[in-house]
Write a protein that binds this ligand. Structure first.
Ligand code: NIG
Ligand code: FE
Length: 435
């Protein structure tokens, strides 16, 4: 066995076409999807150790007497990243779905005590086991479609113990499943009824003792606020961003979903990782976001579910050089969606993204939206070996199908989660998250 670090591989996967999604393809210049055809990927521990042609990979593997995993006929992409979800909650909102289709608007339902508040009631009433079981079912559907990293927001507790429970369930999913989880404290999601008479007291609690306690327990990677006329003001959101900064926490902002309150500018001003939704956003905000590196997270399944008619100004965002990510926004009210591939399809069909933009939106740019771009999001030497294997003819097919799942295998941290060899719907061990 050769001793050189480069050649001490644990695994070699050869013969597949690889969509690296990397922007670095010198000396050939940039190619679509950063693709390398008939490629090989070597893995050492949980990292990508080498990337090159299948022929060279096979001969190097032979020199190390390493068995090669043949992936001929498949495409490999980075493991997909769902960078915006609220997937831990109690109950569901099917009744409101029906009400909306009988004429009520999301805002009307919300102002009448439904909407987020109805999920808050159901979530407070749910046991930890119930929260865990329903979240597990949702996250498994995402994982079956090649998702290896998911961001999960709290925000349906709106009281410290329940917010903590949601973040604990999120953490537990990451500890128990072959999945990386980022946890976001969304205390400013909606004003809970018990603070109806004193919103400042609530905001002070969220931004002060609650955030400090949750962060001290390692339950917060980032904060988020729903900055909207039915939720929290710009000043209240600013207070949260200031508190997050003082604790060294990253931030996301729900911005411009229903109206332009200036939240995207605020996100850029504070160097937030992302501003999310952005159906309503102006050019100055886009320029500020590009300058700050704040990613625009597009959530087409929420737009679709609310039957909105003003899509985000994608051409303007592009022209200003804003990075575009795409996520499910999985939540019971506006986006009962557990399919990242459907979100990618909708990003194309409803928002006009190209299939390549949709895929970079759930890989390279989604990693940036979580601050994980040095570790994840592209297939490059040194990055984490999180990979998704697809039986497709070309990568655009990931955005093309509606209801299809061409994922035939997933690697998380260098370990295969599913056998490479079978077609069909991958299964996970049902007992995986039992106590
Ligand atoms: O991302 N916009 C605020 N939060 C969620 C909706 C939450 C809900 O309606 O339960 C969203 O769309
Ligand atoms: Fe959301």
């Amino acid at each position: 066995m050769q001793k050189s670090g480069e050649d001490e591989w644990d695994q070699l996967i050869a013969g597949a076409n690889v969509a690296t999604m990397s922007l670095e393809r010198a000396p050939f210049g940039q190619v679509p999807y950063g693709r390398v055809e008939d490629a090989a990927i070597a893995v050492k521990g949980e990292r990508i150790a080498w990337l090159g042609t299948a022929a060279e990979g096979r001969s190097r593997a032979a020199a190390q007497r390493l068995t090669v995993q043949d992936a001929t006929g498949l495409w490999i992409t980075p493991g997909l990243i769902d960078c915006h979800t609220h997937l831990v909650y109690g109950g569901n909102r099917v009744a409101e779905f029906e009400q909306r289709l009988c004429g009520a608007s999301y805002e009307e339902i919300s102002r009448a005590g439904g909407g987020i508040q109805s999920t808050v009631r159901a979530t407070r009433a749910a046991t930890p086991a119930e929260l865990r079981a329903s979240a597990l079912a949702r996250v498994r559907r995402l994982m079956a479609e090649g998702v290896t990293t998911v961001e999960i927001k709290s925000g349906y507790g709106l009281e410290l113990p329940t917010e903590r429970r949601l973040l604990e369930v999120a953490r537990e999913l990451g500890e128990t499943l072959p999945l990386s989880v980022r946890k976001t404290f969304l205390g400013l999601h909606s004003l809970p009824p018990e603070f109806g008479a004193d919103r400042q007291a609530y905001v002070d609690r969220v931004c002060g003792p609650w955030l400090e306690a949750l962060a001290a327990d390692g339950l917060v990677d980032a904060v988020d606020a729903f900055c909207e006329n039915i939720a929290f003001t710009l000043a209240e959101t600013n207070q949260l961003l200031m508190a997050a900064r003082s604790l060294g926490l990253a931030a996301h902002i729900h911005a411009g979903q229903l109206s332009d309150m200036g939240a995207a500018e605020l996100a850029a001003q504070w160097g937030a990782l992302s501003a999310d939704h952005l159906e309503y956003v102006g050019e100055a905000a886009a320029a500020a976001m590009a300058a700050a590196g704040t990613v625009a997270v597009l959530l087409p399944a929420a737009y679709f579910t609310l039957r909105q008619t003003t899509p985000p100004p994608v051409a303007m965002l592009r022209q200003n050089g804003v990075s575009l990510a795409v996520a499910t926004d999985c939540n019971p009210g506006t986006s009962p969606c557990t399919s990242i591939l459907t979100a990618m399809n909708m990003a194309c069909t409803l928002f006009g993204l190209t299939p390549e933009e949709a895929l970079s939106g759930t890989t390279r740019n989604a990693a940036r939206a979580l601050g994980l771009q040095d570790e994840l999001g592209t297939i490059e030497v040194g990055k984490r070996a999180d990979l998704a294997f697809w039986r497709v003819e070309r990568p655009a097919e990931l955005s093309y199908g509606l209801g299809a799942n061409p994922c035939v295998g997933v690697m998380h941290r260098g370990r295969m989660r599913e056998a490479l060899i079978h077609d069909g719907y991958p299964t996970l061990d049902a007992g995986m998250l039992e106590a």
